[in-house]
Design a protein around this ligand. Structure first.
Ligand SMILES: Cc1cc2nc3c(=O)[nH]c(=O)nc-3n(C[C@H](O)[C@H](O)[C@H](O)COP(=O)(O)OP(=O)(O)OC[C@H]3O[C@@H](n4cnc5c(N)ncnc54)[C@H](O)[C@@H]3O)c2cc1C
Length: 441
């Protein structure tokens, strides 16, 4: 069964024009449109399938500063504050709670890495606690084991991926924006070199500003405009168990398996970082750029199958705007979970936390996690195409930092002081090599 996801209705009709058109109803596109609509900007959000049906409902739900790369940490910190406000602003529950994240380890090198990050975090005012063996064992008592140490990050938290983004999408409509599901953007129209419209399967919207927040589809879309955006996606598998286990931590990471309490009282279980690399034409095109990333992560990666080729999101094909495009042929990227890994994850989780033996697997799914070569998102206006803003490549961290990213994009568009410094995210940085610059975590 795929990841659970709340249904929302779309706006009744597509506008003929809008100040801003946002393409992609994942966490990044939705929060961009949300903060624009709340400032009175006329904004239309286009989603080829259902809001949040791709990565943004398939994730663990962690909203963390812990172990974030220095370039991304300010956005993570601001996002936690924004997550807190969304519930007040919309009057709806996103499931966000600052429950704290617990990391336990038996490995000295891992603990040393966390201590190094703690020292860095202190310099930027972020609190995280290294745990002694005793403290780790006490916090991890549900495992019934002794631990060498750990970390607890009290100001981090989780939101509920099955409803958080749909709730924010309803917030767009409540603030005067429009949301259009099952409406793919086929391409962009330019006049005198700058954006003048978005061609959708249901007609054209006149606009001068477009945000491309298409997740794993962004590079193939950019390719239509001659924009070279190095992006690759890997397939991660995850499962959920039904409610019934008691006394477990809300969010726990260990090297063998991780667990997150879900909104319904069940738990999501996964092996951190473990993924399959499904070869695609786009991956071959950008393979050189991704050598440093894959070299750093190779222990967690395994060769996949032709699943990615079949899905069509990483095609190098050019398409025409008056005919059906790959985005309409594949409304929801729903790759097959790796069932061997699902079984292994469940087995490891039950060994670690015997209480889980009282539960059964309720859902198992996979998601393509889209990444840039240096593991930091690409956000900013593309040089040479005024009005075209790229916001993709969130590299496995986008759910937590989605509100901050959306706020920053809305700031840039409206000419406000950006909530965080946008320079680390400039897409132009990807024109130079990423050797030595890959995000640590
Ligand atoms: C298993 C897993 C675990 C993860 N765990 C975490 C976690 O704990 N914490 C965290 O912060 N992050 C996590 N992530 C990463 C996080 O989910 C992503 O970084 C984030 O959701 C990306 O959001 P997005 O809006 O960029 O893309 P998506 O959520 O993929 O949304 C893009 C949307 O654009 C739409 N689209 C594409 N092209 C078009 C078009 N032409 N027209 C209309 N619509 C289009 C797609 O249909 C899609 O809905 C995880 C991801 C996975 C898969």
């Amino acid at each position: 069964m795929p990841a659970p996801l709340m249904h929302i209705d779309s706006s009744p009709s597509l506008p003929r024009e809008a100040d801003v058109v946002v393409i992609g109803g994942g966490v990044v596109g939705v929060f961009t449109a949300y903060y624009l609509a709340r400032r009175g900007v006329s904004v239309a959000l286009l989603e080829k399938g259902r809001v949040a049906a791709e990565q943004s409902s398939r994730n663990w739900g962690w909203c963390r500063q812990q172990n974030r790369d220095a370039r991304e940490l300010p956005m993570a910190t601001k996002s936690l504050d924004l997550w807190e406000k969304v519930a007040q602003e919309t009057g709806e529950d996103t499931g966000f709670r600052r429950c704290g994240l617990l990391y336990l380890s038996q490995n000295d090198d891992e603990l040393a890495g966390w201590a190094k990050w703690r020292d860095f975090a202190r310099t930027v005012g972020v609190t995280t606690h290294m745990l002694s063996a005793e403290e780790a064992t006490e916090r991890g008592k549900a495992t019934g084991r002794k631990w060498k140490g750990g970390v607890f990050s009290p100001t981090d938290g989780t939101a509920d991926p099955s409803k958080a983004v749909p709730v924010a999408a309803r917030g767009i409509m409540a603030a005067g924006g429009t949301v259009h599901q099952y409406c793919a953007a086929r391409g962009i129209e330019l006049s005198a070199g700058r954006v003048s419209g978005v061609v959708t399967e249901a007609g054209t919207i006149r606009t001068t500003t477009v945000v491309m927040a298409g997740g794993a589809w962004a590079s193939s879309f950019c390719n239509q405009l001659g924009i070279r955006f190095p992006q690759a996606a890997v397939r991660q598998s995850i499962l959920a168990v039904a409610p019934g286990a008691n006394g477990l931590p809300d969010a726990l990471h260990t090297a063998r398996v991780s667990l997150t309490r879900r909104g319904n009282g069940g738990y999501a279980l996964a092996i951190s970082g473990r993924a399959r690399v499904d070869p695609t034409p786009q991956q071959l095109r950008f393979s050189r750029e991704f050598v440093p990333m894959f070299a750093r992560r190779w222990r967690s990666l395994a060769p996949g199958a032709f699943e990615g080729w079949r899905q069509g999101h990483e095609s190098l094909r050019k398409w025409v705007l008056d005919d059906v495009t790959p985005m309409e042929r594949n409304r929801i990227l729903d790759p097959k979970p790796d069932m061997r890994q699902i079984r292994l994850t469940y087995q490891r989780a039950c060994e670690l936390l015997p209480e889980l033996q009282r539960t059964a697997i309720s859902h198992a799914w996979a998601g393509y996690v889209d990444s840039t070569p240096d593991g930091i998102p690409a956000v900013g206006e593309i040089e040479g195409i005024p009005g075209f803003i790229l916001a993709a490549g969130f590299s496995g961290h986008g759910f937590g930092i989605g509100p901050g990213a959306g706020h920053m994009i809305a700031d840039i568009i409206t000419g406000s002081e950006p909530i965080v410094d946008p320079r680390p995210y400039r897409p132009e940085r990807l024109k130079t090599a990423a050797w030595g610059k890959v995000a640590e975590f």
